[in-house]
Design a protein around this ligand. Structure first.
Ligand SMILES: *[C@@H]1O[C@H](CO)[C@@H](O)[C@H](O)[C@H]1NC(C)=O
Ligand SMILES: *[C@@H]1O[C@H](CO)[C@@H](O)[C@H](O)[C@H]1NC(C)=O
Length: 354
């Protein structure tokens, strides 16, 4: 009897902890995976063969048998890439992507929009760049934007992911409108840039193509270039499918998108569910950024003593960053991840390299 009571007393607090842990886990799962699902259920995809073509490393651009998707290979001879057949003046660019697994140090997989081929000196660009890692360490990624050739003003943010991007396909999307830019991973908006008059031409505004590439970025991608690509593990393969572009296809030279058809398309784009950051999505974005963003140019006062005009400085957030724009305490990140990060930062704990 006594033993049983003692046993129960021992058990109870643990049960309690377990229940509250399960509950918060459940809430997080609901939060991330069901709150905003509708936005991405109704995307019209363009089969690879109908809307895209190889950009470089043609032999390493391997179409899927059904013509829907493509695999980009990197081997010791070449990386590879593809480009959309059309350019778009504003749009939604999206794909389901699976990154190479195992040893991926030095590799960069990029999913981005650009017009660098047409406007060499004054190009616009919106980037997802995935950076490989040594065995057992997770992929990282960064987002960035340039407008009218503002390449000397990088606007990088760097983050960890809440899943292993080499295990399953996840949807990565870039929404670009006249008003704002939103980067999405699955249904979670991870970054929003609201157009600001002071940004001027730094805000991308000329028609862009969609690009995806895999390439050898040994000199910077992993721990500042410490670990390069090891071709013993080649070929490195990144898979793309369910590619989608919504927007107004436009002639880059004409610059101003013409006609009623275009404004209709842009109205439709603005009316899409994913064009609005609802309060719930904003909360999901804040949670993502609190837990997984580890560098922001907005807090990098060594580089930008005055933050660029689109930066929204959150005073409590700023406290967490050093003047280099990087997180102050690797330690506080660890504590957090031990307590409740398991659900969506399963790989953060031993991860201090970069
Ligand atoms: C899906 O998209 C089509 C075309 O944009 C639209 O007509 C339709 O209403 C959408 N359906 C839902 C459920 O949002
Ligand atoms: C873009 O840059 C070019 C070259 O620096 C400049 O001539 C042009 O005025 C800029 N465009 C805008 C919209 O500011």
């Amino acid at each position: 009897m006594d033993r049983l009571r003692c046993f129960r007393m021992m058990l109870r607090p643990k049960t309690h902890v377990f229940l509250s842990y399960s509950l918060s886990l459940l809430l997080i799962i609901i939060f991330f995976f069901s709150s905003t699902n509708a936005a991405f259920n109704n995307i019209t995809t363009i089969p690879f063969n109908d809307g895209y073509s190889p950009l470089f490393g043609d032999d390493n651009v391997v179409r899927s048998p059904d013509g829907n998707g493509v695999r980009l290979h990197l081997d010791r001879f070449s990386g590879s890439g593809f480009i959309s057949s059309n350019m778009y003046q504003y749009g939604f660019f999206s794909a389901r992507i699976k990154l190479p697994s195992a040893y991926t140090a030095g590799i960069c997989v990029a999913f981005y929009t650009s017009n660098g081929d047409v406007f060499e000196k004054t190009h616009d660009e919106l980037d997802f760049e995935f950076l490989g890692n040594i065995a057992g360490k997770p992929w990282r990624f960064q987002t960035n934007l340039y407008g009218n050739g503002s390449t000397h003003r990088g606007r990088e943010e760097r983050y960890r992911l809440w899943f292993d991007p080499s295990k399953q396909f996840h949807r990565y999307s870039i929404l670009w409108t006249a008003k704002n830019i939103i980067f999405y991973i699955d249904e979670v908006p991870i970054r929003e840039v609201t157009r600001n008059e002071e940004m001027g031409a730094d805000y991308p505004s000329k028609p862009m193509s969609l690009y995806a590439t895999i390439w050898d970025a040994s000199n910077w991608a992993t721990s500042g270039g410490k670990y390069g690509v090891n071709y013993k593990y080649a070929p490195f393969v990144s898979e793309f499918k369910d590619l989608a572009i919504e927007g107004c296809s436009a002639d880059p030279i004409q610059e101003i998108p013409g006609g009623a058809a275009c404004s209709e398309k842009l109205d439709k784009l603005d009316a899409q569910d994913y064009a609005t950051v609802t309060p719930r999505r904003r909360l999901a974005m804040r949670r993502f950024r609190q837990r997984l963003m580890y560098y922001s140019y907005c807090y990098d006062t060594l580089r930008y003593p005055i933050p660029p005009p689109e930066c929204v400085i959150d005073p409590s957030e700023r406290l967490r960053f050093k003047e280099t724009g990087r997180l102050k305490f690797g330690g506080s990140h660890r504590r957090r991840s031990k307590r409740r990060g398991r659900t969506f930062t399963p790989v953060v704990e031993d991860d201090q390299a970069d």
